[in-house]
Design a protein around this ligand. Structure first.
Ligand SMILES: Nc1nc2c(ncn2[C@@H]2O[C@H](COP(=O)(O)OP(=O)(O)OP(=O)(O)O)[C@@H](O)[C@H]2O)c(=O)[nH]1
Ligand SMILES: [Mg+2]
Length: 323
């Protein structure tokens, strides 16, 4: 067994931090370690927390950590920073919000900038989850800001997806438009101390109980996502939220969906690994092969399109490999 992975299985925090750095930097050394860690999963419960920037996701995570630590559960957090021009990036904010846990060895917080990665968010996040599973964290919390596709991807990586909203203008329309109904296992209406949550709560409840067309869009018909009202900064509503997370866990386990999660995760991981591998292989080939270069030239000169070129390249490449 490789050294770093062995250390991680012994719960060595700096070894975990090192591997996470390799993963982030797409350092090839990460792969061998991940191979050794992959089978050490199964005990962590993974919770995704998504929602608009500033809705209070990190503040909620902060009080959820408190809750689980009081119950002697170990916690890992992966905070994916939106680095949006509106918030200017919240890594510092996350650190400040969660820093009171920094002396607690049973809380491991990893902030990830979304900017500048070669790979996709879901690949890196999935690998970070693997590391935290190998550290045998009881609870893994993954924060993503709902800007773009990240909130849609997150649902494939976690057991329970929590969507955080704040009462205000035109909410229900925004929710339907964003496709958020489909991904939420639990809705949280946060900042109830500041902005009335009543309208949004009743909008959500009526959207969730719609028959016909509406119900088709709900992620899972057997599970009706509850709406939890919280005040993260006042530590209010957290017991009820955690109770609902545990109800959802019970639901997944009683219906066999809990095991489906592992199948989905390994299938998704496999897909990403193959697509990475093939892409690298093909592009390496492209650099040294004149006929490929011609195809690229055609593309650059607008004499072809990427779809046609991709078909050509794959066909040639597969024929080459068959010979
Ligand atoms: N009044 C009130 N303020 C809150 C509540 N929850 C969070 N906040 C405040 O809202 C601001 C944003 O909170 P964060 O927890 O950073 O929100 P976030 O969703 O993690 O933000 P990003 O990571 O930047 O997307 C902070 O100033 C918090 O103190 C709440 O329940 N009530
Ligand atoms: Mg945050």
């Amino acid at each position: 067994m490789k050294n770093i992975s062995k250390e991680i299985l012994n719960k060595n925090i700096s070894a975990a931090a090192k591997l996470m750095r390799y993963i982030e930097e797409e350092d090839i050394r990460a792969i061998e370690e991940l191979k050794h860690l992959y089978s050490h999963k199964g005990n962590s419960y993974v919770i995704g927390i998504t929602g608009l920037p500033g809705s209070g996701k990190s503040s909620l995570i902060d009080v959820i950590i408190d809750y689980f630590r009081k119950n002697n559960k170990t916690v890992g957090v992966i905070a994916i920073d939106p680095t949006s021009p509106f918030t200017g990036g919240s890594i510092l904010g996350d650190r400040i919000r969660m820093q009171k846990h920094s002396n607690d060895n049973d809380v491991f917080i990893k902030s990830l900038p979304t900017k500048g990665w070669k790979g996709g968010i879901s690949k890196v996040t999935s690998r970070m989850i693997t590391v935290m599973e190998a550290m045998d964290k009881d609870i893994i919390l993954v924060e993503t800001a709902g800007v773009g596709q990240t909130e849609v991807e997150i649902k494939d990586l976690v057991h329970t997806t929590i969507v955080v909203l704040v009462g205000g203008l035109g909410d229900s329309i925004q929710i339907v438009k964003a496709g958020i109904l489909e991904i939420a296992d639990i809705f949280v209406v946060n900042k109830a101390d500041k902005i009335s949550s009543q309208d949004l709560e009743s909008d959500l409840n009526s959207l969730l109980s719609l028959d016909g067309e509406g119900s088709k869009s709900i992620k899972d018909k057997d599970w009706k996502p509850p709406v939890c009202i919280t005040e993260a900064t006042n530590n209010k509503g957290i017991d009820n939220l955690v109770k609902n997370i545990s109800l959802h866990e019970g639901y997944l386990k009683s219906t066999g969906k809990f095991d489906e999660y592992f199948k989905n995760k390994s299938r998704n991981d496999l897909k990403e690994i193959i697509s990475d591998y093939l892409t690298n292989l093909i592009f390496k080939e492209l650099e040294n092969n004149d006929s490929y270069k011609k195809l690229l030239n055609d593309l650059n000169n607008n004499e072809s399109d990427p779809y046609t070129v991709a078909e050509e390249i794959l066909q040639r490449f597969l024929n080459l490999k068959n010979k």
